[in-house]
Design a protein. Structure first.
Length: 271
């Protein structure tokens, strides 16, 4: 069996450091010798005994398959917590979307901000831990700590009344089946980069329909294979007040109101 692509050794060392345990402490908890644990962590155990695989899997509450085949250091703290809680989304044969992320000194997820100058490069660097590590980070106390958030810049007027040059905070969506009709989301695509749209899932067409709040822009569809990430809208930050409706939008609203009044009159019984 080719073990070159296995992550057993690096995962054990990463998980031990994550729990802030020394080799002596962990070896005692696992009821193995420190020499054996050291051999596992340094890749000298080419064929780990089955009892060691099971013992370590039970201790970390992570499947043997994941301990062997997934680089856990790239998953981020939220994904590790999901694995530990039994949400094994990385089973063999499934397509993985690994989110590069950063955490603070207490292993809490940061909210990374994508500055305007980094916007163009995000579609290429979104999965690169080194690229993500260079982004500014901050924390907002009102955001739940069991989810992943990131902040993106907006450009143009397609999402008015949200002002141009605002920063939109999005919650990472792994399960795209949860997207309902016209859900506001930040969508990262291969061709268009970062866009902020109302998103509708079209599973039969294997596509997403993207629509602007500004009705002057026509909706369009993007194949799911061209989508890299989706972040559900949570909030936005801006130093500008939302603009009032444009004259065209106001006229359209007035026309709809007039049509509604005419329809009501036509339904009234004649005297």
């Amino acid at each position: 069996m080719n073990t070159q692509n296995f992550f057993w050794a690096s995962n054990l060392k990463y998980l031990r450091n994550r729990k802030r345990l020394s080799q002596d402490e962990l070896a005692e908890r696992l009821s193995i010798t420190r020499v054996k644990l050291n051999a596992h962590e340094n890749g000298r155990s080419k064929n780990p005994p089955v009892e060691d695989l099971v013992r370590i899997s039970d201790f970390y509450k992570i499947s043997i398959d994941n301990l062997l085949k997934v680089d856990l250091s790239k998953l981020g703290e939220l994904k590790l917590r999901e694995l530990e809680s039994g949400n094994d989304v990385y089973a063999m044969g499934t397509k993985m979307r690994i989110l590069a992320t950063t955490v603070d000194k207490d292993n809490n997820e940061n909210v990374e901000m994508v500055p305007v100058k980094a916007k163009a490069g995000y579609a290429a660097g979104y999965g690169d831990p080194d690229f993500i590590a260079q982004l500014p980070v901050f924390n907002l106390p009102y955001l739940p700590k069991d989810r992943k958030y990131r902040m993106f810049p907006t450009t143009g007027d397609s999402m008015l009344p949200i002002p141009e040059n605002a920063y939109v905070i999005g919650e990472y969506l792994e399960d795209w089946h949860s997207i309902k009709g016209d859900m506001p989301c930040i969508v990262i695509t291969k061709n268009d980069g970062i866009v902020f749209k109302l998103v509708t899932n079209l599973p039969e067409q294997r596509a997403m329909r993207l629509k602007s709040l500004n009705t002057q822009y026509a909706p369009y569809e993007v194949h799911t294979g061209d989508i890299l990430e989706i972040w559900k809208f949570k909030n936005y930050i801006s130093d500008s007040l939302p603009e009032s409706e444009s004259s065209l939008q106001e006229i359209a609203r007035m026309v709809m109101e007039i049509k509604g009044d005419v329809k009501k009159l036509s339904l009234k019984p004649k005297a």
